[in-house]
Ligand binder design. Structure first.
Ligand code: HEC
Ligand code: HEC
Length: 310
């Protein structure tokens, strides 16, 4: 597909490119023939510039080899423009595209590493999770594709879940993890301020949320917040506040926090809502890579008796 939006642009670009090359050639030719005469003395071979009393600049033509180097460059430029894309919409005689080159190199690389992945393809994921070589590959893949959000130790940070503990938003089975990676996840909590009332109500609900996991709270406010929580929040977080893996609604009764477990953070969650986005990796990674990654992530919080698998 052409990147040019106006049909006249490629033509204009051709003219500009060819004209510049031509002008360079003409300039070189003229320079090689004519001498600039700056000195008033007919027989002097200097430009007339003098420094430090007796240092003079000679007015010699450029050396031959230097000139030919420039002419060579012009020939190279024309040959290049003939073979490769560069002249407006002309694709070049070699039909070369960067896309094609990338595809060829990527295919070669994939063919090269194919046997490496093939050996894990037939194994159950639990077995892959205990294989040290698979783990090493999984870790590399994780560092390259996931660490920017989940941290190089997979322990996450605010808004990005810790993948190395046993607390899961969407479930911690190998299957659930694989789905999270391949299809991505969107945790949507809309702003609930209007539903709970005003800021004061939001703080009361927050006190109740704190009480759910046994954190220090104001018992009176928590009691007042309880009713509102039951009315507004249980649809997603469950009657006991233990969450819902289908929606990615976190368990509010453990002490694990995605967005922070202080009154301020919880009030912010209630009033502004939260939207966590785990991008789908299906199109970015191969099925083999996603399998190894799932096994790696699963293995971070599960230990399998290697012996029982053999
Ligand atoms: C752009 C940032 C980003 C990248 C890159 C990313 N993740 Fe995530 N991931 C998230 C966020 C944010 C969530 C939480 C989604 C939510 O809040 O609902 C998440 C959730 C997950 C979950 C579900 C956790 C749970 O508790 O159920 C898994 C598993 C996961 N990511 C694994 C990975 C792996 C493996 C990779 C690398 C292939 C990866 N992520 C790359 C941001 C990212
Ligand atoms: C429509 C479903 C839905 C409703 C209703 C809802 N939530 Fe949420 N809530 C979520 C989801 C999904 C998340 C996770 C957001 C993310 O992945 O970033 C969340 C996150 C939270 C968090 C952050 C937990 C953490 O670990 O940091 C708190 C606190 C919370 N909700 C409290 C509430 C309260 C209080 C109410 C009622 C006022 C409420 N939620 C109503 C879906 C909901």
């Amino acid at each position: 597909m052409s990147d040019f939006t106006l049909p006249v642009l490629p033509v204009l670009l051709c003219i500009v490119v060819l004209f510049s090359v031509l002008v360079c050639g003409v300039f070189l030719y003229v320079q090689a023939r004519q001498k600039v005469r700056l000195s008033s003395d007919e027989n002097s071979n200097t430009t007339g510039h003098v420094w430090d009393e007796n240092l003079r600049e000679l007015n010699n033509p450029m050396p031959r080899w230097w000139m030919w180097l420039f002419y060579g460059n012009i020939v190279f430029a024309l040959a290049y423009l003939w073979m490769f894309p560069g002249l407006g919409g002309f694709v070049g005689m070699l039909d070369w595209t960067s896309e094609q080159q990338y595809q060829t190199e990527a295919k070669k690389l994939n063919d090269d590493i194919e046997p490496l992945y093939a050996q894990f393809r037939t194994q159950p994921l639990e077995a892959v999770a205990t294989d040290t070589r698979a783990k090493a590959i999984g870790q590399r893949l994780f560092l390259n594709n996931c660490a920017q959000c989940h941290g190089s130790d997979a322990r996450g940070s605010k808004g990005f879940p810790n993948l190395a503990d046993k607390d899961w938003l969407y479930g911690g089975s190998l299957q659930a993890i694989q789905t999270s990676i391949a299809n991505g996840r969107k945790g949507m909590m809309p702003s609930m301020l209007a539903a709970v009332g005003d800021d004061k109500d939001a703080r009361q609900v927050a006190q109740y949320v704190l009480s759910l996991s046994g954190l220090e709270n104001d018992a009176v406010k928590a009691q007042l917040g309880r009713e509102k929580f039951k009315a507004v929040c249980t649809g997603c977080h469950g009657g006991e506040g233990t969450g819902n893996p289908l929606l990615g609604a976190p368990n509010l009764t453990d002490k694990v926090w995605l967005h922070g477990g202080t009154e301020t953070a919880i009030v912010e969650t209630i009033s502004r809502g939260r939207a966590g986005n785990m991008p789908a990796h299906e199109a970015l990674l191969s099925a083999d890579q996603i399998r190894l990654l799932s096994a790696y992530v699963w293995g971070l919080s599960n230990t399998v008796q290697t012996a029982s698998l053999q």
